[in-house]
Design a protein around this ligand. Structure first.
Ligand SMILES: Nc1ncnc2c1ncn2[C@@H]1O[C@H](COP(=O)(O)OP(=O)(O)OP(=O)(O)O)[C@@H](O)[C@H]1O
Length: 693
């Protein structure tokens, strides 16, 4: 139960004056649905209205607040001409200019003969000072109120800055002082204000510096958020680790058979990671480990050998993939490797329905199958395992902390191994996986050749399409990736269909198409044809982005590469360069290409190192966007800015360690305040892992 003190902040934003159902719909998309979300919506700039020159002194293009007397109204002569109000002070004349004006409203606002305050941008037009659509107008009494610094907020269509500013103001009025959850000494050293004061000043920037990430107010709020994040992860971790695990060792027989059958030696990283995993599994504690390896680094073998460890010990193992294609692919890679063993893996996906699903479920529940491969559908409630020992989640950023926990609770002592290909910058690692131990696959299998990446304008598309002939003649297999259309899957599919037909007109039946709207079985058939080499060109939307493994494919063309996130491009490009042959990637961009867009494609051309790409992406786009909203499962911070607040993250992590050592159940006064903090940042679930009190 959320503490009472926070109730007012978790009311819907419609509880605020001026926010009706229509406005709330618009605003919600931008902020979130609760009053607290409005508080987190910080200004990104400000307008300083404190400059009060006379009409004669007002510089061109400046934002000024003027005290003027209204002389006369000149209504517009026709619809296109502006409505003008001429005004003066002791130094000269000026015009207030309005388009599409409502005369009655202006007459009331600016009565002839009276002195008014107007604030806005001025310019000189044929020698006369003009202010077009003043931002603020009011009587002399309102002077102080107008002549201030207005915060400027990120906005959305239908929500003006004025409305947003007022709404924030009303939201701030709903706050009360909260019990302090910071360590007082630390707060003092940092010279940070109380929570409520920090919020107020963050929303009232007086100068540009106030918008910087390193003001005491912004730092404090960022720290609060990071502290909540780190504390929640630590609680999750403690809960999982505390839950008695079991020691799983196995006799190594299955692993030996498979290793002997592999056509390659494992890389040093694969060996090291396996050792770490096996050590964890052997411990009587639960494993919660992340296996991080760049695209094509060979995570699947590590997963399989880990699964066999559990199976040797008489337990079941499950490997879960984020998509149907991937689950199927895992099955196809793994099943042949197991032919020399008594292990028969089984596939369960969302596509299995009715009787078939029932039959599979029974085999899983009876313990008849030891290795289960599937989509995240395995995670559904009706799946019972006889004796699950290890859950491997190929996550690709679609699994959150709480889902990981829920899965682990499927078996009493299940070890959990999460695999991810997305290179997560070190900074974000702590925030997303602070609850896990990490193994890394640092190198790629020997013998891989670098991918030759080229960047060129879309104008060359036709040339590129023709050029494929030479490649096909040499036996190349080619991915053609169609543009991402964020707003509409329909348009995306239509574009893919069109490109497919275009390429078909050139290359006939050797072209295939796969997109997200196709039926599963259709997708499988096309993929299988591509794997078998029955088609040479696979036109695809981003469904092929994650994990698809066709080592023979050596060419990739990406249309409108500038629309993709860097991490996504990296994932896509990771589909080639997976075998021994040299590969080529052509990134086609639409023009004009922004400076930022150029910089991003240049990174893709210059490096294949996922970590460098991710760090650069973070630098160019900011943490929230790194992985593209579409596939990101990373926490998006509202107040903390990474990497700017990286040092605060480290401090929060240390702080949490101390807190949990000294007050493991958060029972002290500060502990209670920290519980409030968790609720404030909606880390509610983690509070459940505390003894009540
Ligand atoms: N040690 C190795 N030596 C040579 N080839 C290897 C080695 N380990 C794995 N491979 C091969 O490398 C290819 C890529 O491996 P895998 O599919 O496991 O990559 P991955 O880490 O899952 O990458 P992605 O995240 O891109 O799917 C496979 O064809 C696999 O058989």
């Amino acid at each position: 139960m959320r503490p009472e003190i926070l109730f007012p902040l978790f009311r819907p934003i419609t509880a605020l004056a001026g926010v009706g159902p229509r406005i709330s719909k618009l605003m919600e998309k931008l902020t979130g649905e609760h009053i607290v979300d409005i508080l987190w919506h910080l200004p990104t700039s400000f307008v300083d209205r404190r400059f009060t020159p006379t009409i004669a002194d007002a510089p061109d293009h400046a934002i000024v607040t003027l005290e003027v007397t209204v002389a006369k109204h000149f209504p517009s002569r026709n619809r296109r001409a502006p409505y003008k109000v001429s005004c003066f002070d002791e130094t000269g004349h000026m015009d207030l200019v309005f388009f599409n004006a409502r005369a009655d409203y202006l007459k009331k606002q600016l009565p002839e003969g009276e002195t008014r305050i107007v604030s806005g941008t001025v310019e000189r037009f044929q020698g006369v000072l003009q202010m077009t659509h003043p931002d603020r107008m009011g009587s002399l009494d309102e002077k102080e109120d107008i002549q201030t610094v207005d915060p400027v907020y990120p906005l959305t269509a239908g929500v003006t800055n004025k409305l947003m500013g007022k709404t924030v103001q009303h939201a701030l009025e709903q706050t009360t002082a909260l019990p302090e959850w910071l360590n007082e000494a630390f707060k003092k050293v940092k010279n940070w204000p109380d929570w409520q004061d920090a919020l107020t000043s963050a929303h009232h920037p007086g100068c540009e510096e106030d918008l910087f990430a390193d003001t005491p107010a912004r730092e404090r709020l960022a720290y609060d958020e990071l502290l909540a994040n780190q504390l929640a992860l630590a609680l999750v971790r403690r809960t999982v680790r505390r839950a008695a695990g079991r020691s799983i060792t196995g006799n190594g027989s299955l692993r030996k058979t498979i290793r002997d059958a592999l056509p390659f030696d494992l890389t040093t990283s694969q060996e090291d990671s396996l050792k770490e995993i096996e050590t964890d599994m052997a411990e009587p504690l639960r494993m919660l480990r992340l296996l991080q390896g760049d695209v094509g680094s060979g995570k699947t073998v590590v997963a399989l050998l880990s699964a066999l460890t559990a199976i040797e010990a008489g337990l079941q193992a499950v490997i879960m993939a984020p998509t149907e294609i991937l689950a199927r692919q895992h099955m196809e890679t793994i099943a042949p490797l197991l032919t020399g063993t008594p292990i028969n893996p089984i596939l369960l996906t969302g596509r299995d329905k009715g009787k078939k699903r029932q039959a599979i479920l029974e085999q899983i529940a009876s313990g008849e199958v030891q290795l289960i491969i599937g989509t995240h559908a395995l995670f559904q409630d009706d799946v019972d395992f006889a004796n699950l020992g290890l859950a491997i989640i190929d996550e690709q950023h679609r699994f959150g902390v709480h889902q990981r926990l829920a899965l682990a609770s499927k078996g009493q002592h299940v070890d959990v191994l999460v695999m991810t290909a997305t290179p997560i910058p070190r900074t974000l690692m702590l925030t997303a996986y602070g609850d896990m131990d990490v193994s890394r696959l640092l190198e790629k299998p020997a013998g891989r050749k670098p991918v030759d990446t080229r960047v060129m304008p879309l104008a060359k598309l036709e040339e590129v399409a023709f050029g494929l002939k030479r490649m096909i003649d040499k036996g190349a297999r080619i991915y053609w990736v169609c543009p991402l259309v964020e707003e509409s899957d329909k348009i995306e599919v239509a574009a893919a269909q069109e490109r497919f037909e275009h390429l078909q007109s050139l290359y006939g039946a050797r072209v295939g198409l796969v997109h997200g709207k196709m039926k599963g079985t259709e997708k499988d058939a096309v993929m299988a044809a591509f794997v078998a080499g029955d088609i040479d060109i696979l036109v695809a939307t981003t469904v092929i982005e994650v994990g698809v493994n066709v080592p023979e494919a050596t060419v990739m063309i990406v249309e409108h590469a500038e629309r993709f996130g860097l991490a996504q491009l990296h994932q896509l490009r990771g589909r080639i360069g997976r075998g021994m042959d040299a590969s080529t990637c052509l990134l086609l961009y639409g023009t004009p290409l922004s400076e930022n867009g150029q910089a991003r494609l240049k990174i893709m051309r210059d490096t294949e190192d996922g970590f460098i790409i991710a760090e650069e992406d973070l630098r160019l786009r900011g943490a929230g966007e790194v992985l593209g909203t579409r596939q990101s499962g990373l926490p998006e911070f509202k107040l903390a800015q990474l990497p700017a607040h990286e040092d605060l993250l480290a401090a929060a992590r240390d702080d949490v360690k101390l807190i949990l050592e000294q007050d493991p159940e958060l029972q002290t006064e500060r502990g209670q305040a920290l519980r409030t903090l968790l609720y404030l940042f909606e880390e509610d679930a983690s509070v459940g892992y505390l003894r009540s009190g």
